[in-house]
Design a protein around this ligand. Sequence first.
Ligand SMILES: Cc1ncc(C[n+]2csc(CCOP(=O)(O)OP(=O)(O)O)c2C)c(N)n1
Ligand SMILES: [Mg+2]
Length: 286
Amino acid sequence: MLDTTGVSDERLLRLREAALRIRENSLIQAEVQGQGYIGQALGVSDILAALYTDQMRFRPEEPEWEHRDRCLLSIGHYALALYAALVEAKVLPFEELESYAADDSRLPMSSMSTYTPGVEISGGSLGHGLGIAVGIALGLRRKDSDSHVFNILSDGELGEGSTWEAALEAAQHQLSNITAVVDFNGLQADGPSQDMLSTEPVDEKFRAFGWEAIRVDGNDPAQIVLGLEALRANQDQPGVLICNTKVGKGVPMLEDREKLHFMRVAEDEWTQARAQLKEVFDNESK
Ligand SMILES: Cc1ncc(C[n+]2csc(CCOP(=O)(O)OP(=O)(O)O)c2C)c(N)n1
Ligand SMILES: [Mg+2]
């Protein structure tokens, strides 16, 4: 557990407010469809708020700016959360959220780099993000760039051999310009991660692969930013922040649905969902 007393109240409030807007933006998109990867989006919002409003260097008006930090979302089905964050980061216009997953939209249900400004990779086929991050990080280092590469990946992707191959490669080249951020929500499509293919203890496995690993509460903004900063300070190794997150975080009525991976929310439940989101935020910000 990191000592978070050094994170000021103002910074904490800024992070919490950004995460609240990202959650609201995700709900706008989810309501258009009435179903989808809503729980994951709510769970990963604190991570996205930390990256896009506190940690990353980028130019909203110039998404391909050469000196930007890169955030690679390998979990393509989390796309609505990424769009929500790109709106908060002012890369995408707020008005576009309602076009989510519509025909001819720039916001497809699974993230596609060729469709959407600010989306670095197409992420639907799980287990490839870290390998792409390694290639980009090597390229950046050869150009003497100080840009940093973040890869948000899922606990499900830790069951893919390609993820561990990439982890070995990153350590081999001492790619300290990579930070992997694992959204460890304990969930996969067919049930709890530990029943599918247990990867615990994940932090020790990454350490054995030559990485610095820090495990935090992935819904605690102070722990997330401090963890990211601690990893970035390491000049010799790649770093991984393992974030324990809660599916549906911030909207209690969505935290324990029967089908969490792809949930349905009825038309008459949205008002209540929004009210709960606000209520939880107010309570946590006291
Ligand atoms: C290589 C690959 N295998 C299988 C799938 C099908 N698939 C889509 S989402 C998913 C769940 C994986 O678990 P996780 O990434 O932790 O997602 P969560 O349930 O937390 O959203 C699976 C198996 C895929 N997209 N890519
Ligand atoms: Mg998962």
